[in-house]
Design a protein around this ligand. Structure first.
Ligand code: PNS
Length: 175
C-alpha cells in the first residue's frame, strides 16, 4: 500500500503573501499532502486574528487540492507528531534567512530526530517580500496588489484604509 507523505508548512502567516503561496505550491507538487499551519502565539501581537489568517490562507490556497490550512500552539514538533507528519517545510529567501532557519531546524532535530526540515528556495521576485514589509507598506499609506492574494489585499485595505481617506498613519490603522 502506498504511504501518504504529509508535510507541514508552519509560520505566522500574518498575513499570507504570494511568497508563501509560491512555497506551498512547490511543496504541493512534491508531497502528497501539505498542511499550512498557523502558529497561534498568545505572547506575540498579531495584526490579524488566527481566524482571519486562517480564512485568508484558505481562500488563497483553495486552488491546490492537496493543501489544507490549520493552526497550532506550542511546540512545532509536538504538532507534527500529533498530525503524523515527519516533514517540515520552510521557505528560504536569502542568506540572511539561513542562520535562523538552520538554528530552528537543528533545534527541531534535537527535539524530534525523526522529523526532517526541507527548505524550498523562493522565486527571486519574492526574495524581498515578507508579511512585515507588507504590513508596513499598508500601515504607512502605500499599496501593493501583486504581492498578496486579492482576499488579503481587501482585508489590508479594510484594516489600513488609504491615508487619502483621512486616516492618520501614526494610529496604526485602528480607529
Ligand atoms: O513565519 P515565522 O514567524 O518565521 O514562523 C516561525 C515558526 C512558527 C515556524 C516557529 O516560531 C515555530 O515553530 N514556533 C513554534 C514553537 C517551537 O516549536 N519552537 C521551537 C523551534 S526553534
Amino acid at each position: 500500500m502506498k504511504r501518504t507523505v504529509r508535510a507541514v508548512y508552519p509560520g505566522s502567516f500574518d498575513p499570507i503573501t504570494n511568497g508563501h503561496i509560491y512555497i506551498a505550491e512547490r511543496a504541493a507538487a512534491i508531497f502528497d499532502e501539505v498542511r499550512v499551519s498557523i502558529l497561534v502565539n498568545p505572547q506575540k501581537h498579531s495584526t490579524f486574528s488566527v481566524e482571519e489568517r486562517h480564512a485568508m490562507a484558505r481562500e488563497a490556497l483553495s486552488y491546490l487540492p492537496n493543501v489544507t490550512v490549520d493552526h497550532f500552539t506550542g511546540l512545532l514538533v509536538d504538532y507534527l507528531r500529533q498530525e503524523r507528519s515527519r516533514v517540515i517545510i520552510r521557505g528560504l529567501r536569502a542568506m540572511s534567512d539561513f542562520e535562523y532557519e538552520f538554528q530552528m531546524a537543528l533545534m527541531n532535530r534535537q527535539l524530534a530526530p525523526e522529523i526532517e526540515t526541507f527548505f524550498i528556495v523562493t522565486d527571486p521576485k519574492y526574495s524581498y517580500l515578507s508579511s512585515s514589509v507588507i504590513r508596513d507598506i499598508f500601515q504607512f499609506g502605500g499599496t501593493v496588489h501583486d504581492m498578496v492574494p486579492p482576499g488579503v489585499f481587501r482585508r489590508l485595505r479594510e484594516r489600513f484604509p488609504p491615508i487619502s481617506q483621512g486616516r492618520d498613519p501614526r494610529r496604526n490603522g485602528h480607529a
